[in-house]
Design a protein around this ligand. Structure first.
Ligand SMILES: *Cc1c(COP(=O)(O)O)cnc(C)c1O
Length: 708
């Protein structure tokens, strides 16, 4: 049995790393490249760019870069004292991180779990070069895994290896979203094949789909101390028709989606079992992985339990997290499709039992509901903010048998803080502040940070954002065939001292991305005010099947080119982890306009808050509990109509946001704004990190269920 955190990752056998031409004196770069820890360590992040800035800019991926570094570069680096020192220090930090036995979990709960927590999720946003995420859920899961590693929680994460990932977005000259699916370059990513502990050959489990056996393999990615296992059907031994099952994230067809979820749930449980991992408890994160519960039910029945006893045993060790704001957003399938896909797949659970467990209230027998299935087989169900928990309780309370838990989402602090803010916090709070985020006394020190230094840190992040955005826009304009005069015009856009409002999110209708355009004349007056100008930066993808969302992107794109808004409104293509980081670290104001109560939590605003950005948001999701009157602006809590909400939004911008930003004191600083920034940072960093969230999960669910 695997029970030691420090051995968890290394105890899952994997195939070799790819050969990399690294000289002996820098051989530990190998280990650094194969563990994503570097991506959230402030010094680790800088190391790669020091090796070969151009190759790094082109690849932004250590393994890919190390494959192309010129041998003469190594000679120069060996002779550079500053590089060899930096290298030694990063290696030392890495080793110390992995070996630490004084993590939060060690200090508070050492030896309280005999086995790891299993965390199952359909997507993971760990790094922009690993396209296993589409949006909020994936980024949250990635941040969850990173915080589990930081806090020393023994956890093994399970997902799918999407070789074609989620689409990359480009916008054509007319504003229509284009979709491209790239091929994952496996040999250039820190991904290693999981081996069978008994035979030493690639691990295989089998999952039967529509009566045919499909082989499932697994890959391991090391995220600090946490192993992330990704399942894959694109294997030579599989029928060509079965190989693409795991290719595309949130694949459109219902049947292929169900096949994916079968591989994730049933394949996931079988892979853990084949590796000899017997989780202390299971966290099913959103309904996509709910079929794992039927597999575990089958194990209990096989061991001699009747169905009801088996159900209770499975539930006793399971937490289910719902992220959907309304039952309609929940994953449901046609029972007859499920029946033909799954008959013979789960040995001891017959069709009727399966359907009974997955039927939902009003539609008994007519749908196979992943949410209902997961709730029936979980001891605890939680929503992802206090408000969302109330909604989950209203919708599902009867099935849950009481109120849902509320565990509000968070963001991983070291991932989302910009460089300048990171440095400032280390100086103000001490270099180890990330390990003390559960100490409420620490945050007040932010109030004492020098106003000017805070403002300069923010300005330097904003400037970096503007440079990156201009570069992206230049590439887009050139691709659209714009002439050099137009490209040069861009150099003067996004000026440094202009109030910048960011809006980046999925273009789903309920997010109401068009709210600011309700009254174009009023918006124009705000943006083009000669003394107090404002600029808007938009980004976001619409699902490939969502025509309405795509039409909204087109509308924003067209307006950004219109005479009325040109130079004050920009749409930036291909919203991903990297662009998200650029925007949340650099914008002054983060705008969010969901239609309540559709925003289960939202997390991008937390990223902005941690960096001193001010939220201007509908009071829904996390902001309903995060807003305190001094850290940003809230509106639309009791939304009556889209037009009313828009009017409130304009009013706030005109009467509060713009004047506060441009009001400068004797030293030229926006004094009142800076106090709000401090308040915003304290809110974000003290209450809305994944460290705080993980501690909630550990104390409200992982330990109570895992110690049973
Ligand atoms: C944080 C993040 C999200 C989630 O943001 P919301 O607030 O839920 O809109 C989505 N996509 C990316 C790339 C992110 O980084």
């Amino acid at each position: 049995m695997i029970d030691r955190r420090t051995r968890l990752s290394t105890s899952i056998p994997v195939g070799p790393k790819v050969p990399l031409p690294i000289p002996g004196n820098f051989v530990r770069l190998y280990d650094l490249a194969y563990n994503l820890w570097w991506s959230w360590d402030p010094m680790g992040r800088d190391l790669w760019g020091r090796i070969d800035p151009q190759a790094w800019a082109a690849t932004r991926n250590p393994i890919g870069m190390l494959q192309v570094v010129d041998p003469s570069t190594w000679e120069a680096l060996s002779a550079s004292a500053s590089f060899t020192e930096m290298y030694a220090e990063v290696v030392e930090r890495f080793d110390r991180y992995l070996a630490s036995d004084q993590t939060w979990f060690d200090v508070h709960h050492r030896n309280e779990l005999d086995n790891p927590v299993a965390y199952l999720c359909a997507e993971y946003g760990i790094n922009e070069k690993l396209p296993f995420y589409s949006g909020g859920l994936g980024v949250l899961a990635g941040d969850h895994v990173k915080s589990a590693s930081d806090l020393g929680l023994p956890l093994v994460a399970v997902g799918l290896l999407y070789r074609r990932g989620f689409f990359r977005q480009a916008v054509d000259p007319d504003g229509w979203q284009q979709h491209t699916y790239q091929r994952l370059e496996m040999r250039r990513r820190p991904i290693r094949e999981v081996l069978d502990p008994h035979t030493g050959r690639p691990l295989r489990v089998s999952v039967s789909l529509n009566g045919r056996d499909v082989a499932v393999g697994a890959w391991r990615i090391d995220v600090g101390r946490v192993p992330l296992l990704l399942l894959d059907t694109d294997l030579a031994e599989n029928d060509p028709a079965d190989r693409p099952i795991t290719h595309i994230l949130y694949v459109r067809g219902r049947e292929s989606r169900f096949e994916q979820e079968t591989v994730l749930g049933i394949g996931g449980a079988r892979v853990l079992r084949a590796l000899g991992i017997a989780p202390a408890m299971w966290h099913v994160n959103e309904g996509h992985a709910a079929l794992s519960l039927l597999e575990r039910l089958s194990w209990e029945i096989e061991a001699g339990s009747d169905v009801e006893t088996a159900r209770r045993t499975v539930a006793d060790h399971t937490l289910f997290t719902l992220h959907t704001p309304v039952p309609a957003g929940n994953e449901t399938f046609d029972p007859s499709m499920v029946a033909s896909a799954l008959d013979g797949t789960i040995p001891n659970v017959d069709t009727d039992t399966r359907q009974r467990l997955a039927s939902s209230g009003s539609n008994d027998g007519h749908v196979f509901d992943m949410g209902a299935l997961a709730i029936r087989l979980s001891d605890r169900t939680n929503g992802v903010s206090a408000r969302h928990a109330e909604i989950v309780t209203e919708d599902w309370g009867q099935l849950i048998g009481g109120p849902a838990l509320g565990i509000t989402n968070g963001v991983h602090p070291s991932t989302w803080l910009g460089r300048a803010m990171c440095r400032l916090l280390a100086e103000s709070l001490g270099g180890d502040w990330v390990d003390r985020t559960d100490d409420p006394a620490m945050w007040e020190a932010i109030r004492d940070v020098d106003d000017e230094r805070l403002w300069r840190a923010h300005e330097s992040q904003r400037e970096l954002m503007n440079r990156r955005l201009r570069k992206r826009l230049r590439e887009e304009y050139a691709r659209h065939g714009q002439g050099s005069r137009r490209l040069r015009w861009l150099n003067d856009q996004l000026p440094a001292d202009r109030l910048t409002i960011g809006f980046a999110r999925r273009f789903a209708t309920y997010k109401r991305a068009g709210m600011l355009f309700t009254d174009p004349g009023r918006l124009e007056a705000i943006l083009r005010n000669p003394e107090r100008p404002v600029q808007l930066v938009f980004a976001g993808k619409a699902h490939p099947a969502d025509r309405e969302g795509q039409a909204l992107i087109k509308r924003v794109f067209e307006m950004s080119k219109s005479h009325q808004f040109e130079g004050h409104l920009f749409f930036i293509e291909d919203y991903d982890l990297r662009l998200a980081k650029t925007l949340v670290t650099g914008t002054d104001v983060w705008l969010n306009t969901p239609r309540p109560p559709r925003e289960a939590s939202g997390t991008s605003g937390m990223k902005a808050a941690a960096n001193g950005g001010l939220n201007l948001s509908v009071l829904d999701g996390w902001w309903a509990e995060g807003f305190n009157g001094t850290n940003g602006w809230g509106f639309g809590e009791y939304s009556t109509s889209d037009d009313d909400d828009a009017r409130m939004l304009y009013e706030l911008i005109e009467s509060q946001v713009v004047p506060t930003f441009y009001e400068r004191d004797d030293s030229g600083l926006p004094g009142a704004w800076i106090q709000m920034m401090k308040s915003s940072m304290i809110t974000g960093l003290s209450s809305f990190t994944t460290h705080r969230m993980l501690i909630d999960y550990i104390e409200k669910a992982y330990l109570p269920l895992g110690r049973r």
